[in-house]
Structures are given as structure tokens and as C-alpha cells.
Design a protein around this ligand. Structure first.
Ligand SMILES: Nc1ncnc2c1ncn2[C@@H]1O[C@H](COP(=O)(O)OP(=O)(O)O)[C@@H](O)[C@H]1O
Length: 191
């Protein structure tokens, strides 16, 4: 499938406002890839596909998580988390993506993980800071992203964790692990 076919197909999976968000993530991911030394085309492909499953019915996502052996602990947490691993599954099955760098960047774009690849970081960060985003702390994330992908991503995870804490919601542990790991990386870089 070529780039335009992929774009049209993904666009048909979501309402217009989510497509506008996706275009913002595509453009931001390309900028970040050029800034931090990743492949811009790979970043763009992951960004096009990152929310492909966002509007799939809950029952369809649950079935895929169970049948395809995706992490079952996800089912205990906010459904917002499910579209990321299900999206990676869809990218492979429906769009023929085989590049693990792309698949993992889609898979972990919401939760993060320990030892995130540069592409994981770029797609996750682009999702936080694309131009259409407006939430407390987004300016700080954009400022940090001018120079440091890790510090910017920590600020992104801080905003999600704060949001969840304020609402008394459960926190999927992979995000805490991702944040801890990034803090260690930043500290080691500054030694
Ligand atoms: N670690 C986590 N634990 C529980 N819920 C989470 C976690 N990380 C993200 N979420 C949920 O997912 C939402 C954001 O998911 P995201 O893929 O960024 O969607 P959107 O693009 O709509 O913001 C958060 O608002 C929160 O409800």
C-alpha cells in the first residue's frame, strides 16, 4: 500500500477532528525525527497509523487483545490504552507493516515503556505536543522538545499521571516504568 492509500484508509477510520490531530502528529513527528536524528519517513508512517484503531468498538478491541495474545492486563485499565497495541496489530495485519520500529512506536505511543526507542519517543511526544493540543503544561513540553526529547517526554508523562491522580484513576504501570527509565537516562546524560 502506498502512502496516499494508507492516508485515505486511515482517514476513513476516524472523525475529521481526529484526522486533523493525526496530520498534526505526522508533521510533528517528521520535525522531531529530523531534529533528533531518526528517519523522518519511518516517523511519518508510524504517525499516520498511530490512532488507526482509536474508534474501533470496545468489543472488537477486547477480542483482538484476547485472541492475539496482547497484554491482557490492559483490560483492567482505561480503554483509552487499548487502541495502541490494537493499532500495532492493525498496522501489521491490514497495512502490511513489518518494520518493528514502526509497530512498536504505535504499540507504545500511549503507555510508553522501559527502554523506549528513539522512534517510540518521537511518536509519543508528537502525540502530546502536535499543534492542535491544548492542555496545562503543553507549552513546557514544546519548549523542552526544542532540545531534549527525554525531558519533554517526562513532562508529557507527568501531565498524564497528574491528570489520572487528580481524578483518582488507576495508572497503567508501564507509564511509571517509562518515566522512571527516562529520568535515569536524563540523570546519566548529565553526569
Ligand atoms: N498509564 C496510564 N494509565 C491509565 N490511563 C492512561 C495511561 N496513559 C494514558 N491513559 C489514558 O489515555 C488517555 C490518553 O490517550 P491518548 O492515546 O494520548 O489519547 P488522545 O490522543 O485521545 O489523548 C489519557 O487521557 C488517559 O485517560
Amino acid at each position: 500500500m502506498n502512502r496516499n492509500e494508507m492516508i485515505e484508509s486511515v482517514r476513513a477510520e476516524m472523525p475529521e477532528r481526529r484526522w486533523i490531530h493525526t496530520v498534526g502528529v505526522m508533521e510533528t513527528a517528521v520535525i522531531l525525527a529530523k531534529r533528533f536524528g531518526a528517519d523522518p519517513e519511518t516517523a511519518e508512517t508510524a504517525a499516520i497509523l498511530h490512532d488507526v484503531a482509536k474508534y474501533w468498538p470496545t468489543s472488537k478491541m477486547e477480542l483482538i487483545i484476547r485472541q492475539e495474545g496482547l497484554p491482557a492486563d490492559l483490560l483492567d485499565y482505561d480503554k483509552e490504552l487499548w487502541h495502541a497495541p490494537v493499532g500495532a496489530f492493525a498496522a501489521e495485519r491490514d497495512y502490511g507493516v513489518t518494520d518493528i520500529i514502526i509497530l512498536d512506536a504505535i504499540r507504545y505511543h500511549t503507555s510508553g515503556r522501559e527502554r523506549m526507542t528513539l522512534m517510540d519517543k518521537i511518536v509519543c511526544l508528537a502525540d502530546y505536543m502536535e499543534p492542535g493540543r491544548d492542555f496545562p503544561g503543553v507549552h513546557k513540553i514544546r519548549e523542552l522538545a526544542e532540545h531534549n526529547v527525554d525531558k519533554a517526554l517526562i513532562a508529557g508523562f507527568d501531565s498524564t499521571i497528574t491528570f489520572l491522580l487528580e481524578r483518582g484513576k488507576r495508572i497503567y504501570p508501564l507509564t511509571v516504568a517509562a518515566r522512571n527509565d527516562l529520568i535515569r537516562t536524563v540523570r546519566e546524560a548529565e553526569l
